[in-house]
Every structure is written in C-alpha cells, then in structure tokens.
Design a protein around this ligand. Structure first.
Ligand SMILES: C[C@@](CO)(OP(=O)(O)O)[C@H](O)COP(=O)(O)OP(=O)(O)OC[C@H]1O[C@@H](n2ccc(N)nc2=O)[C@H](O)[C@@H]1O
Ligand SMILES: Nc1ncnc2c1ncn2[C@@H]1O[C@H](COP(=O)(O)OP(=O)(O)O)[C@@H](O)[C@H]1O
Length: 355
C-alpha cells in the first residue's frame, strides 16, 4: 500500500476499541422523559434497528473552505462571512446507543485530543435535542474520529451534526431538516453545513446556508500539522492584523461559484481564497513551507483550510493527488497527509448497531 493513507481503504473500527471514555449524568431524570426514552428504540428505515438496545450509526464529512471572506468583527464578537464550504471525503462516524446515562467515548489516532465532557459538541447535541423533546439523553455516544482535531476541518461540528441526526433517529423524532438545521446553528456556526454536505455558501456567521451546485469531482490533499490552532485565536489575529483598515463586506466570488458548478479544478484553483490565511500564517509561520512544498509538487492551488493549521491542496486528478501527497510527506513539513475527493454527502445514517 502507498505511504499515502487513503480514506476509502480505512477499516471500520468497533466502538469497543475506544481509547478514551467518560460518563456523567446530565441531571435528574423525569418520569415522563424516562418513559419516552424507553418507548423509543425503533429506528424507521434502518433494518434491524427496532430491537431493544440497538443503536444508530451516522457518517459525517469534514469540510474545506474554498472561499472564506471575513468581514469586520460584529458587536457579538462573531464575524460576518461569505463562507463557501465544500464537504470532503474524510469522515467521523458517530454511533449512539441507549445507555443508563450520557456517556461518551472516542477512538482514532487523535482521540486523546477530544474532550469527553459536556463541552463535546456531540454531547451538547444530544442534550439540546433531548431538552427540546423532554427526553433524558441516556445514550452512549461513540465517536470514531478520522477528521483531524482542531485542524480547520470542522471535526467537532461534524460530531455535533452526527449526534443530532443519530439521536433523532434513535428516539424516532422525525424532525424536519429545517428543525435540525436550526438546532445545528445553535451548536456552532459550521454545524449546519456538516448536516447538509455537498457545497454551500454560508452567510451571517456561516450558519445561513445556500446550497451550491458542483459539476464534478475535485481531488484534494490535506497536510495535517502538528497540534491545532484555536479558531477564536485565529479570528483574534485577523482582527489584530486588520486593525485600522477598512475591512470590506464579505461577498462570494461569482467565478469561484461558477468553477464549482462546472467542476473545473483549474478554474477553482485560480479562485481559492481564505481571508484567515494571513492570521493562521502569522500564528504558525511554518505553514508557509508546507504550502510551498505542495505547490512545488504540482498542486493546482493551495490554501490554509479555514482557521488552520491543516493546509489543503487541489490536484488535477487522482494520480496527481497521490504525487502531491507523497511529495508533502517526503518534505517533512507536516505530520501526515490525507487524500480525499469532494464533494461528499452530509451527515447520513449508515446503519444500525447492536447495543
Ligand atoms: C473558521 C471556520 C470556517 O468555516 O471554521 P474552522 O476552520 O475553525 O473549522 C468557522 O468560521 C468557525 O466556525 P465554528 O468553529 O463553528 O465557530 P463557533 O463555534 O460558532 O465560534 C467559535 C469562535 O470563533 C469565532 N467566530 C466564529 C465564526 C464566525 N463567523 N466569526 C467568529 O468570530 C468567535 O470567536 C467564536 O467565539
Ligand atoms: N467532538 C469533538 N471533536 C473534536 N473537537 C471537539 C469536539 N467537541 C468539542 N471539541 C473542541 O473543539 C475544538 C475544535 O476542534 P475541531 O472542530 O476539530 O476543529 P476546527 O474548529 O479547527 O475545525 C477542539 O479543540 C475541542 O476542544
């Protein structure tokens, strides 16, 4: 097998193989809630999930921001964006099964970096959905994490959207897409897109989505850096770097939207843009070497993914992506590389699990 890890060949990991776990009770149970929970073990549309103790497994993609136009800081501390999201084929899998109390476990190479308390976005999603419907979130949430943590690829958001969809199915709530998207936007600016997938323009703080057409497959290489970059720190550095300047209102680039629509990688590469890139490079200057290495290896375009520190490289085709990935690995300018196609579907129920 090539030195380049391919997402398609990754073996499924069992929830039991988790490397970290934690449990807590989110509050006293109400009788009504307990009754509701007990009555809702059937998952419509998922074969074999009606048995007591069965769970729901959901797959959720990572994202790259092909355009991230950032406006000035708003009074609430957020920034207005024109955020063109593209979902890529790197996935976390979230499995939710009935349990005595809310419990969260995580497996995967970066599992030790994932918080296992109520700050975990998957836990927050289960609590929020339960609260809306008077259900105690007595579930075991297992995250099989393949998306780099704190890497600008929305891994936490993916887990939030995945847990929401999985709990909705487990509890047979049948929430509409609009209801789920509204809950997602309460969890975080990027969470609605993790549910939607494909490509979309995010306005406001990124949570108001307009789906975009994508006319073909794009082949991406991601260089994963050592350590993460906290998103608030990168926005803070953006504010510092733009202080005293007139920050224009963010707007989507029509040429980029057209490049997505026609599936043209050369045109997309020419229009890639990330206003957070100078801030990420200011906080992590070594990322410039990674960008240079990928470009020298033949990438059509290169940019920091969102707030970083993952860097993203658009290749002409699958073979070119493999060559860029191998050159990046050999350059020693990143911790690891991943190859992934785009677009990828949003959060999807992929099966039932025995409890
Ligand atoms: C930069 C982006 C690009 O898609 O993603 P990442 O690269 O981190 O994955 C997003 O804007 C991150 O979205 P997300 O990570 O969901 O952010 P949130 O939880 O809503 O906010 C975390 C913090 O980021 C800052 N923030 C976020 C969104 C926004 N439009 N303006 C901001 O200033 C704020 O400081 C906020 O307190
Ligand atoms: N389920 C989760 N997976 C990963 N990180 C999480 C999760 N829940 C909360 N977090 C927190 O969110 C932070 C950002 O992680 P992540 O979403 O992976 O990166 P980014 O915001 O750069 O896309 C992490 O440092 C971690 O503290």
């Amino acid at each position: 097998m090539s030195a380049v890890e391919r997402t398609e060949t990754q073996a499924a990991r069992a929830p039991e193989a988790s490397s970290t776990q934690a449990a807590w009770a989110p509050g006293a149970s109400s009788t009504r809630a307990a009754r509701k929970q007990g009555a809702r073990t059937q998952v419509p549309g998922v074969q074999g999930a009606g048995a007591r103790g069965a769970g729901v497994r959901v797959r959720v993609p990572a994202k790259v921001n092909v355009q991230l136009a950032v406006g000035a800081a708003r009074p609430d501390g957020f920034h207005d964006l024109a955020n063109v999201f593209l979902a890529v084929g790197l996935y976390d899998e979230i499995t939710v099964t009935p349990a005595d109390e809310l419990r969260i476990t995580c497996s995967g190479p970066d599992a030790h970096q994932v918080p296992l308390d109520e700050s975990n976005l998957a836990a927050r999603a289960a609590i929020a959905l339960g609260a809306r419907h008077g259900i105690e979130p007595r579930v075991h949430i297992h995250i099989d994490k393949d998306i780099p943590v704190a890497g600008g690829m929305a891994g936490g958001s993916a887990d939030g959207a995945g847990a929401l969809l999985a709990c909705d199915a487990l509890w047979s709530l049948g929430s509409s897409r609009e209801e789920l998207l509204a809950l997602c936007s309460e969890l975080g600016s990027d969470v609605p897109f993790s549910l939607l997938g494909g490509a979309a323009l995010g306005t406001g703080r990124g949570e108001r989505l307009t789906p975009l057409d994508v006319g073909g497959a794009f082949h991406w290489v991601f260089a994963v850096a050592d350590g993460g970059l906290p998103t608030p720190a990168v926005y803070g550095e953006f504010d510092r770097l733009t202080e005293g300047t007139d920050v224009p209102a963010p707007a989507a680039d029509p040429a980029l939207v057209e490049a997505l629509r026609t599936g043209d990688p050369v045109a997309l590469a020419a229009t890639l843009a990330n206003d957070l890139q100078p801030a990420a490079l200011s906080l992590r200057p070594s990322l410039a070497d990674t960008l240079t290495a990928g470009t020298a290896a033949g990438a059509l375009g290169a940019l920091v993914s969102g707030s970083g520190p993952t860097t993203a490289f658009l290749a002409k085709d699958e073979d070119a992506a493999t060559r860029v990935a191998e050159a990046l690995l050999a350059s020693g300018t990143c911790r690891t590389v991943r190859v992934a196609p785009a677009p990828a579907p949003g959060a999807t129920v992929v099966g039932a699990e025995d409890g």
